[in-house]
Design a protein around this ligand. Structure first.
Ligand SMILES: [Zn+2]
Length: 302
């Protein structure tokens, strides 16, 4: 009888253990990834991360203003979000009273779209297209829901929209269109930000067009110049050479990012005979992204 009792007791004990395992082990949560977590923006093939190509603010130091009607928590979330991005990239953010590049506003009423609560909204609001960049001159963030995560993921998500990033298809990425705790900023986004802000914030004046007509000893010139850079250009001079002799020098006012200006000059006296080689030079004494495009040369037809 002894061994039967032991066997029964063992069986009861075993059943209890199985029940405990059944009730308390969260067998239905075995949804953990088997593959290592990858929070990169692109899943597989590299996709365009930004709304347009090469979007950036003119400077890596970007000003912001958080509206007074934001709650303390939202204000803190936003400041923490700015700090997290600043710590991981070349970017820096500083508060200003007005003329901010990023305006941050708050809304306490819930917003629902397609059955989902909208956590926030954000994006560039003023973009100037140049040859090389889509320069972001202003962006806006609207914080609606408070973040319930340790990391201020809503503020970071909206800030990355302002920096030009679109939604990611990767659920682990902070730019996935439904936010959840644990989403992180992909390494590819950090790399992209650092690459594009490594380029110095210089202007870039260039000749878009240059044409000339010689009538006897008089020259008519049409020029158009654009600033394709990341900074408003300073005042400079445009010099016109005929057979390497300076024949005219014109003051050229500063030009905003993305702006162009046309110049028409007529009846410039050219003393040399057979001036069949004309050269136009933007003789800037400030740094530019590219100085090679500051020269335009023309051959005058006889
Ligand atoms: Zn979004």
């Amino acid at each position: 009888m002894g061994w039967k009792l032991i066997l029964s007791l063992f069986f009861i004990f075993f059943s209890v253990i199985m029940l405990i395992i059944y009730w308390f082990i969260p067998y239905n949560l075995v949804d953990f990834e088997i593959t290592p977590r990858n929070s990169n923006f692109s899943l597989g093939a590299i996709t365009d991360m930004q709304f347009y190509s090469n979007m950036r603010f003119p400077n890596p130091e970007i000003s912001y203003k958080i509206s007074d009607d934001c709650t303390l928590q939202k204000k803190r979330d936003m400041e923490q979000g700015l700090e997290i991005i600043a710590n991981r990239t070349l970017l820096d953010f500083y508060p200003v009273i007005n003329n901010e590049e990023i305006s941050i506003n708050c809304e306490s009423k819930n917003k629902i779209e397609e059955g989902l609560f909208i956590a926030g909204e954000g994006g560039p609001t003023n973009i100037t297209k140049t040859n090389n960049f889509n320069v972001i001159l202003h962006g806006q963030i609207l914080l609606i829901r408070d973040s319930s995560c340790q990391s201020p993921n809503i503020a970071i998500h909206e800030l990355l929209h302002v920096l030009g990033f679109d939604h990611s298809l990767n659920k682990q990425n902070i730019m996935y269109n439904i936010s959840s705790c644990g989403q992180t900023i992909g390494e590819d986004m950090i790399y992209f930000i650092n690459e594009i802000y490594k380029i110095p914030s210089y202007p870039d004046l260039l000749f878009e067009n240059a044409s000339a007509i010689m009538r006897g000893k008089y020259l008519d010139v049409n020029l158009s110049i654009r600033n394709n850079g990341l900074k408003n250009s300073e005042e400079t001079e445009i010099e016109i050479y005929a057979n390497d002799n300076l024949i005219k020098s014109i003051d050229f006012d500063s030009l905003e990012i993305g702006y162009g200006r046309a110049i028409s000059l007529s009846n410039i006296w050219v003393s040399q005979l057979n001036s069949n080689n004309l050269k136009f030079i933007i003789s800037s004494d400030f740094s530019e992204l590219d100085k090679e495009n500051n020269i335009a040369e023309l051959k005058i037809k006889e």
